[in-house]
Design a binder for this molecule. Sequence first.
Ligand SMILES: C[S@@+](CC[C@H](N)C(=O)[O-])C[C@H]1O[C@@H](n2cnc3c(N)ncnc32)[C@H](O)[C@@H]1O
Length: 288
Amino acid sequence: MMRALELFSGLGGWRLALGSRGVVAAAYDVNEAANATYALNHGEAPKAQELATVPAAELAMQRADTWLLSPPCQPFCRMGNHGGLDDRRSRAFRHLMDLFPDLAPERLVLENVGGFLGSDVHALLVERLRVHGLHRLDLEACPSRFGLPNQRPRVFVVASQKPLKARPLPDFPPRRIAEFLDDAEDESLYLPEATLARHRHGMDFIIADDRRSTCFIGGYGQRYVASGSFLRTTRGVRRFSTSEVARILGLPEDFRFPAHVPLEARYKLLGNGLSIPAAAWAVSHLDG
Ligand SMILES: C[S@@+](CC[C@H](N)C(=O)[O-])C[C@H]1O[C@@H](n2cnc3c(N)ncnc32)[C@H](O)[C@@H]1O
């Protein structure tokens, strides 16, 4: 039974991916909307602690043997500035790497975008794992291999004191988008003609019969181009609802947001989140 620290916890995707393999000793995130959503869905509030300055004693107190983490991806994103370790959003990860020698967990699973591999942040992690004698796998997975109609390729670094072996990726055919739609459509999700006219050339349109969608990013609530797919129906073109995006990410059907979290913040939390089956597959490398 693993005892995990869920670092940069967001909606609690790692907790869902961990499932019955372990317990979350403590989750950490500075975002109020993320923490309220986490608390509503998982019954325990994360610690609103800035990880760039968290004291080693605070983390040591949790007696965790596993780190599950998704540090901010902007330093490595296609649309980010590729700042890596120099990016201010890498400060928290650097700090965790500074604490690593004192706290070195028995296991670790990290998720990030493809640009993470080969970055100086990846190199720092690889060095820490090597010095502490942890075996390591760098894996790549996309939810489209897990039956989900979604392109969201991500990398996972899995590390353990025990030797690791890469598992074959599953190859379940993606289900139809129709299976992920709400029973009752929210009319307010339809885009005005003027918005469509302005952005249509850069947008990705799909229909309910399709078995794919592009990656929904945090800006999906506000941006139209390269932010996720839009659904064409007989009535027009609409955004996917937050519950539809949640389903496409593999979150449980009863996943919900606190009433006070605004729509844009909900899309942002989902866009920052994990695809649960892909993350669970990464965690499964720690079995046995
Ligand atoms: C990529 S998201 C993680 C998503 C998460 N794995 C999930 O399942 O939703 C990164 C999260 O880290 C949090 N975060 C970013 N910088 C932080 C810091 N310095 N200290 C604590 N939390 C931070 C953000 O608020 C955000 O929720």
